[in-house]
Design a protein around this ligand. Structure first.
Ligand code: GCU
Length: 676
């Protein structure tokens, strides 16, 4: 039976495992550092959870190779047992192999061992642990990061799953067992970094880097460390001024430089393996180098030098744009901002600065083009930022399976030469080589018992880990894995998988088809408000009038399309070749524009909104089919979300259709109900 708390690590008896119990009853485990010990413990727990017995645990030295059992170690410590040299894998890589009567799980390093253990347990739970395994895996992305937007008062910015896991009333306040369980979930899908506080560092969060908070921060970091996860702290660029009482936070001021060096030294005394700082600067009101007439490279490098002696890195966000825009001014285009700010700085950053670039040029919309910085940056370390929390994608009330989008992102061809799809560009940074080093994503978790509010939204957390580990995985494969791991074999898993795969297209249809973006309620970002952002300062307009809608981003318009490699620039600049799901992002089109299906744009707007609603209704009905299959509480909690989703979809459908009907005076050609 499903226990929502355990997510994809359910307690469940796996019947007839191909690997027979004798080999699994005895474990010889490398007792290296704490991650290796945790790996052994995870193996023991996992076998107990899936097969119902606890294997006997011995040190690796007790296993001769003759003694039948499971051997857990690093590739180096299992050299003798590994029949042929495994070769050097990337950090986090592992081998799972049956050798004679034994099973070997060998990590390139201790974290690799931990991931190997979790992969083996996952295969076992999915009924895929053959009696003759020979598997070798490496993570595609070296950096696999979760960003928490948790505030110290216990709220979570854009959080839809209850209060913060870490804080309450201005202080660290957490259940260590819960954090351990969280770290386990994250490590089980390969996460190796976590930032623990909101990128908007306000109120008490500014004090996180003071001694009053660092003991508690270190205790939290210690839990994650056992699972191979290193902690980042988000910092406020203005701290030398606001905290240190210096007259300035100018990154080129020697007093400021010294202040940060001393501050870093202090922090590293408490958390010696701190991954570094995450910085949102000059963005949406946060302080930054622009205030002092300095560049983002000046700001980031100054911090980088402060953490460098301690092995730290600076993750610097590229979400920098003018949020004081005048809607009257059509010449300024927010979509251009990240590229305009950061492309000229390519090569200007220190080697321990990593730029964190949102996947699209706007802000986590249901459909945006992939940012033109990817593929273009040649001399700067960088990662991609995704959002697991469903800010614009339904607040974890509406079901919206995000790997559907992420698969598209991974397959987007940046068109900078051969093998230039996003998934081809991911890799390890080395001298002169600057691939996409990985991903960061805003967490969708909180204190709700099921972690994610909507139980099926657990698939988004799972899917994030899986797809950044292996970007060749499809959304469908991930949905299947998750459904089986969560619901076992049977109708519930089948329904869940099916619903996940239907959910994204349905949401996109009733929310913002054709890349139109931002018709959402300002601030809240749930439910429709079609002109909510039209006359605001945020720079996200669709400019619908009686004849046309969308922004002209061709060279003749704002020129955004020209930020792409030539092939893509041409592709996007022509409405005939522009992918239709991005048509209104790149083009301003008349409502009578004929789309590929032969219908007008207006008719397509009506059709998608009617269809999106109908699909949401069908999802609700499909879920009802599990009434007598699932535990009542799980069934009911998801049911009530599908019901709320349907009400939301109805508002989107009717408000949008009515809006365009009123603008154009043209009705639906199929005669469906559009309210006046
Ligand atoms: C969005 C979001 C904010 C967040 C910001 C960011 O604008 O609405 O809550 O702070 O992104 O990514 O920094």
């Amino acid at each position: 039976m499903l226990n929502e708390y355990h997510c994809w690590l359910q307690r469940r008896t796996v019947k007839n495992p191909a690997l027979q119990a004798p080999v699994l009853q005895t474990v010889y485990a490398h007792s290296g550092g704490e991650v290796a010990s945790q790996a052994a413990e995870e193996f023991r727990r996992g076998i107990e959870r899936l097969l119902g017995f606890s294997p006997a645990m011995y040190p690796l030295s007790a296993g001769t190779g003759e003694s039948v059992g499971v051997y857990l170690g690093t590739i180096a410590t299992l050299e003798k047992q590994l029949p042929r040299a495994a070769g050097k894998l990337c950090a986090g890589g592992f081998v799972i192999k049956t050798a004679g009567k034994n099973l070997l799980i060998a990590g390139q390093d201790e974290a690799g061992l931990l991931y190997g253990v979790f992969r083996f347990l996952s295969l076992l739970a999915q009924g895929k642990a053959e009696d003759n395994i020979d598997l070798q895996e490496e993570p595609a992305s070296p950096l696999r990061i979760i960003n928490h937007w948790d505030n110290l008062d216990g709220t979570v910015e854009r959080g839809y799953a209850g209060p913060s896991l870490f804080y309450r009333n201005g202080h660290f306040d957490y259940d260590p067992q819960r954090i351990e369980d969280y770290a386990r979930l994250l490590a089980s899908v390969g996460i190796n970094r976590i930032s623990i506080n909101n990128v908007n560092v306000r109120a008490e969060a500014k004090l996180l880097i003071t001694e009053a908070y660092l003991t508690d921060a270190a205790a939290l970091a210690a839990i994650f460390r056992r699972f191979g996860i290193r902690v980042f702290l988000s910092i406020n660029f203005g701290a030398p001024w606001s905290l240190g009482k210096l007259p300035t936070a100018d990154p080129l001021d020697p007093a400021v430089t010294t202040w940060w060096k001393e501050r870093a030294a202090l922090i590293y005394r408490y958390i010696p393996d701190l991954a570094g700082f995450l910085v949102k600067a000059d963005s949406e009101g946060e302080p930054g180098p622009f205030q002092y007439g300095r560049t983002h490279a000046d700001g980031a490098n100054m911090l980088a030098q402060a953490v460098k002696p301690h092995g730290g890195e600076i993750i610097w966000r590229c979400f920098v744009y003018n949020c004081q825009q005048d809607w009257r001014d059509h010449s300024f285009d927010r979509a251009r901002a990240a590229y305009d700010h950061f492309m000229p700085l390519d090569g200007a950053f220190d080697d321990n600065v990593i730029l964190q670039i949102k996947f699209g040029p706007y802000d986590f919309q249901v459909r945006e083009p992939v940012s033109p910085l990817f593929g273009a940056l040649r001399k700067t370390r960088h990662i991609m930022e995704l959002q697991i929390t469903q800010e614009y994608t339904g607040h974890q009330i509406d079901l919206c399976y995000l790997p559907w989008l992420w698969e598209d992102i991974m397959r987007f061809d940046t068109a900078y030469g051969p093998d230039s799809r996003i998934k081809d560009l991911i890799g390890q940074h080395s001298e002169g080589r600057f691939p996409i080093e990985g991903f960061a994503a805003v967490a969708n978790t909180g204190l709700d018992r099921n972690w994610t509010g909507h139980t099926l939204a657990q698939a988004n957390l799972y899917g994030y880990g899986r797809i950044i580990w292996n970007p060749a995985l499809s959304a469908a494969e991930i949905a299947r894995e998750w459904s089986v791991l969560s619901f076992g074999f049977g109708p519930a898993a089948h329904t869940a998988e099916n619903l996940l795969l239907k959910s994204y297209p349905a949401y996109e249809k009733y929310n913002a088809p054709f890349g139109v973006c931002f018709m959402v309620t300002p601030g809240l970002h749930y439910g429709p408000n079609i002109e909510g952002y039209e006359y605001s300062r945020w720079g996200t307009y669709h400019r619908a009038d009686a004849q046309a809608i969308g922004i002209d981003r061709r060279p003749a318009g704002t020129g955004y399309s020209d930020q792409y490699a030539a092939k893509n620039a041409a592709l996007f600049a022509d409405p005939a070749s522009c992918p239709e799901n991005l048509l209104l992002f790149f083009h301003r089109l008349r409502y009578d524009y004929i789309m590929k299906n032969g219908e007008t744009l207006l008719q397509n707007i009506y059709d998608t909104h009617f269809e999106g609603y109908d699909e949401a209704a069908a999802m609700l009905e499909q879920w009802k089919g599990l009434k007598n299959v699932l535990e009542t509480d799980v069934y009911q909690s998801v049911l009530s979300r599908f019901e709320r989703q349907l009400a939301n979809a109805r508002e989107w459908r009717d408000q949008i259709n009515t809006y365009f009907f009123r603008k154009t005076g043209i009705g639906d050609k199929r005669g469906r109900m559009i309210y006046e």
